[in-house]
Design a protein around this ligand. Structure first.
Ligand SMILES: [Fe+2]
Length: 299
């Protein structure tokens, strides 16, 4: 069972990372619909705004409560997030509440704690859980409609599936927290995030302009690296978890470096691609979150 302070810290760590991820999933969907799908556009906007409001609450609760290593990992915001939001907002006319980003950028381990009740955190967890179940249903409906060709979207079906899996993980983690338990299953999480890292590299390869051959090749090689890691561990009846974690950590450090370079290139307008700047920063934060899970910031 979690102690009260563990419950508050893990809840805020989890919400600050995932609420922003969910908010951006809603944004990516919102800009991928054709104009005639006005009801879907409105629904995506509703999710974006609802997640943004929950994220704002979480950011207000965070000072002095989030863990030092979660802040250090840059999974909540990176040095690129603000600029990526500005440029993405300029491209799409969709607004982002950047005061939340500013608040998260200023989080420090030395922040003074404000009074915070367990009930306030539980209320946030419950509302995030309920909204995420609704969001999962929406994403599943979209994937079904795209797959049966009753709707066209300017995004990969695999991306809809990918973001649905991330929403399911968030819901699972919130459910575990609401039951007052630790979320342990390290092997399951490693397999999960290796698969997400592999897909990120496949999306990047597919969104780069065909003339960007060297980068496409690097992205495909990185995708293969994660695929091989998972294939190897799934074949073994008694996998060596320590060596799997070490290899996953090495691969994730490489993918982080690639994503950081790609984000810089996108923001500096030095890359031919269809990569929305906020998508570049989004997948970089997910690599940072995975490094955090792998214990890269424990010391
Ligand atoms: Fe992802």
């Amino acid at each position: 069972m979690l102690s009260l302070s563990e419950y508050i810290t893990i809840s805020l760590d989890t919400n600050l990372f995932f609420l922003r991820i969910m908010k951006e999933h809603a944004f990516f969907l919102e800009i991928a619909f054709m104009q005639k799908e006005d009801r879907c556009i409105d629904k995506a906007k509703y999710f974006r705004e609802s997640y943004e409001s929950l994220l704002s609450e979480a950011a207000d609760m965070a000072p002095g409560r989030v863990s030092r290593k979660a802040v250090k990992s840059e999974q909540f915001v990176t040095c690129h997030t603000m600029e990526a939001e500005e440029v993405s907002s300029c491209f799409t006319c969709i607004p982002f509440n950047m005061s939340i980003t500013r608040k998260e950028l200023s989080l420090s381990p030395n922040d003074r704690r404000r009074p915070l009740s367990e009930q306030a955190v539980t209320s946030l967890n419950k509302r995030a859980y309920k909204l995420t179940l609704e969001f999962i249903e929406f994403k599943e409906m979209l994937l079904n409609r795209v797959l049966d060709c009753s709707m066209f979207m300017a995004t990969y079906p695999l991306l809809i599936d990918h973001i649905t899996k991330e929403a399911r993980l968030f819901a699972k983690r919130l459910d575990t927290l609401l039951r007052g338990m630790h979320f342990r299953d390290l092997l399951g999480q490693e397999i999960f995030w290796n698969e997400r890292m592999e897909e990120h590299m496949e999306f990047v390869a597919g969104l780069l302009d065909p003339t960007e051959e060297p980068l496409i090749c690097d992205a495909r090689n990185l995708a293969k690296l994660f695929d091989n890691l998972n294939k190897k561990v799934c074949k073994e009846s008694r996998p060596n978890i320590n060596s799997f974690t070490k290899e996953s950590l090495d691969a994730t450090k490489k993918v982080k470096q690639f994503k950081n370079t790609a984000t810089n290139l996108v923001l500096d307008c030095k890359l031919r691609s269809m990569i929305m700047p906020l998508l570049a920063d989004h997948i970089l934060r997910e690599a940072n979150h995975y490094l955090f899970i792998l214990g890269a910031f424990n010391s």
